[in-house]
Design a protein around this ligand. Structure first.
Ligand code: C2E
Ligand code: CA
Ligand code: CA
Length: 697
């Protein structure tokens, strides 16, 4: 009995290739679910089983014995069944249970499958008398089958735990081991096979036989294996691709969910995040009886930073505010940005109200510090409102609303400060809401009225102009002064409409007085920054003047210093446009807006109105007196005329005139007058002899 060495080599190679392919299929099965996994298992079992079987069959054909042999085709085919079932089970076990016990079980099943295939395969010879099996050989074959498959499968289970660069070599090693085992099982089994003397194969001449058949079987089996390998590789590519896409999708989803809960600019939590946090925190606080404080922090005048220095500087500044806020509180407190210049701080388990107040002061000092942003020193003060759970609100929404209200109150009380929420703030807010609704209607019906306060030449005491001051005769509250409703109009978007109503009333009034032949003087109208910034302001103004046939010299404007200083290029452009059209302009409340001289020079203004606080403070406070005199001297240098407002005493009037101020206004001369009282004043002023004439006469 001898073997064809080429066929033997071919059979071993086939077995190794087979094992290699089979293990690559294991990965596919492991990564698949449901029917796909079953499909891969079947596919793998077919390929690997047929490979082992082909190896065995070729090994049989390689056998050269003196008697002619043939194989029963049915039995031969049947011999492939146990090995296919065994490989299927092995693959499944390996893929699903990468434990040592799983590997052992798989190894045993595979070993048994190989042995039974071998016995069935030999049976297909239909030897007469039957083959005699020699126990030691068969035991060795069985032992090798069990040990070899178990070892290679155990080794294989290490592949997944080894690092990537070694995997390919390990896989080749395992494949060679398993291939060798399969071949060993077969050849040991063949070694244990003895033909009885005179034995013949009943299939000789009828069954399968010959070298050509062996080659054909190996070819088909090899092709099947290569096909499996190809599909497996393609599938792996596809799966990698899918995994990459899934990973990217996952990352995108993470980024999205991060964005949904964070502010992109500062990376702080956002409103949704704080609402979530409070929803979780408040029930806990209720149970464990601790307090939670919500602080609303809003920057004063941030808009002008954005307007004057640009959004990049504004953004950078907001980031530094975020840092300052974080530095003001403990790390477990939450600092969030709600958008714009609105920040919210949530503090839990603080010691006392005094503790909260000191945190507010810390925020005030840290946030107010000027920071250098692209060459500019930028600063803004914060206004802070505080609401405390459970005292000021039971849920997130009311806490935030009340903290916001308290912040609003802090702004009203002069900004750069903090306020704790009080229930009366809610009443005030309701009140404001009601009043702004009423104002809207009053404006539609043009129910506001304009009073006029004369401006007099300090030397001659003649009326040189009028200032239009708006009043609102409220049906229930009486005559309301502008300080009650102008800020309300500004904050509720009604200021533009208010300005138009005032302008029309003034224009109509001037046209009437002119028709009555009165000596007209220019009327100064107070305008808010928002009105000026509205793109339709100038067109509306010109339209009204045309409608009433008035010359532009009859209308002047007063804009407060602080408004004029928020000189977004846009504001300046509008002011210059007014100047170009010939309108005169005065800077109101001068001395309170911290304007620099260079700014003042840029403004297209002809006069400045010294704020009444200086005029009235001068008698008590020498510093106010000095400032006022300096302002007058400065104005003269810049060739601007000065108007002093709020003059109530002769002493004030005399001192101002001496200091060089030209025009005065105040209760000393005339209080603001209702329209019907104005003509008498105009006439008296026009006909009275000048004060200086009277003195000399
Ligand atoms: P303002 O432009 O500084 O107006 C001067 C304020 O001082 C007026 O208050 C006037 O009545 C008051 N006043 C005049 N003489 C004296 C005095 O001798 N002593 C004292 N203590 N006060 C004096 P009023 O009418 O309440 O106006 C307040 C502010 O409302 C004005 O300040 C102005 O900024 C604003 N305002 C008035 N009318 C309008 C308007 O039509 N549009 C806009 N946007 N603002 C207006
Ligand atoms: Ca004014
Ligand atoms: Ca003023």
């Amino acid at each position: 009995m001898s073997y064809n060495p080429w066929l033997v080599a071919l059979s071993v190679a086939l077995a190794a290739l087979d094992a290699y392919v089979a293990f690559s299929v294991v990965g596919r099965i492991a990564r698949s679910r449901g029917p796909v996994a079953v499909l891969w298992t079947t596919f793998g079992a077919l390929a690997m089983g047929s490979g082992v079987w082909a190896m065995h069959f070729i090994g049989m054909l390689a056998l050269r014995v003196p008697v002619p042999l043939g194989y029963d085709s049915q039995d031969t085919a049947l011999s492939s069944v146990p090995v296919m079932l065994a490989t299927g089970a092995t693959l499944w076990l390996l893929a699903r249970r990468a434990t040592h016990a799983g590997a052992m079980a798989a190894g045993v099943i595979l070993g048994l499958g190989m042995i039974s295939m071998h016995c069935l395969g030999v049976r297909a010879l239909h030897m007469q008398p039957p083959v005699i099996w020699q126990a030691p050989w068969m035991a060795a074959s069985l032992g090798l089958g069990l040990a070899g498959s178990t070892a290679s499968i155990w080794l294989h289970s290490l592949i997944w735990r080894s690092d990537r660069s070694h995997r390919w070599w390990l896989r080749v090693l395992v494949a060679l081991l398993l291939g060798g085992t399969a071949a060993g099982v077969h050849y040991l089994g063949m070694g244990g096979m003895r033909f009885a003397p005179g034995a013949v194969s009943l299939q000789a001449g009828v069954g399968l036989q010959g070298l050509g058949l062996g080659l054909a079987v190996s070819l088909v089996s090899g092709l099947l294996l290569l096909l499996t390998l190809g599909v497996s590789l393609a599938h792996r590519q596809l799966q990698r691709h899918t995994e990459a896409i899934a990973r990217e999708l996952g990352q995108a989803r993470d980024a999205l969910s991060w964005l949904a809960y964070h502010d992109e600019l500062t990376a702080l939590p956002n409103r949704a995040n704080v609402l979530d946090l409070l929803d979780r925190l408040l029930p806990l606080a209720k149970n464990e009886q601790f307090e939670v404080a919500v602080m609303f922090v809003d920057l004063d005048g941030f808009k002008s930073i954005n307007d004057t220095l640009g959004h990049d500087v504004g953004d950078e500044f907001l980031r530094s505010v975020a840092d300052a806020l974080r530095a003001s509180v403990r790390s477990r407190d939450t600092v969030a940005r709600f958008g714009g210049d609105e920040f919210v701080v949530v503090l839990e388990r603080f010691r006392s109200e005094a503790n909260l107040a000191s945190i507010c002061r810390k925020i005030l000092s840290l946030v107010s510090r000027p920071v250098a942003v692209s060459g500019h020193s930028v600063s803004a003060t914060p206004s802070i409102g505080v609401a405390v759970f459970p005292r000021d609100g039971e849920d997130a929404a009311s806490l935030l609303r009340h903290a916001d209200l308290a912040m609003y109150t802090a702004k009203e009380q002069g900004k750069a400060g903090y306020c704790f929420y009080q229930p009366r703030m809610s009443e005030l807010a309701r009140d404001r809401l009601l009043l702004s609704a009423e104002l809207r209607e009053a404006l539609q019906r043009e129910e506001v009225v304009v009073h006029y306060q004369p401006k007099v030449d300090l030397a001659s005491r003649r009326v040189v102009g009028l200032e239009a001051l708006v009043r609102w005769p409220h049906p229930a509250r009486g005559l309301l002064l502008p300080k009650v409703f102008v800020p309300l109009a500004e904050s509720s978007g009604l200021i533009g409409q208010l300005g138009q109503v005032v302008l029309r009333q003034v224009a109509r009034q001037l046209a009437q007085w002119r028709a009555r032949g009165l000596p007209l003087v220019p009327v100064a109208i107070n305008v808010s920054l928002q009105e000026i910034q509205d793109g339709h302001f100038v067109a509306g103004l010109l339209g009204t003047l045309r409608e009433f046939g008035l010359h532009h010299s009859l209308i002047e404007f007063e804009i407060t210093e602080s408004a004029a200083m928020k000189n977004a290029e846009h504001t300046l452009r509008q002011l210059r446009q007014l100047e170009a059209l010939g309108f005169r302009m005065a800077i109101d409340d001068f001395g309170t807006g911290f304007s620099s001289l260079s700014h003042l020079r840029q403004l297209p203004t002809q006069s400045i109105k010294i704020d009444q606080s200086f005029v009235q403070g001068a008698s008590r406070n020498p510093a106010d007196r000095d400032i006022t005199e300096a302002i007058i001297a400065l104005a003269r240098k810049l060739r601007l005329s000065t108007i002093a407002e709020g003059i109530e005493t002769h002493a004030q009037a005399d001192w101002l005139q001496e200091a060089g101020c030209e025009i005065g206004q105040g209760y000393l001369f005339v209080r603001p007058l209702p329209p019907e009282a104005v003509p008498a004043h105009l006439l008296r002023s026009a006909t009275q002899p000048a004060a200086s004439d009277a003195a000399s006469g």
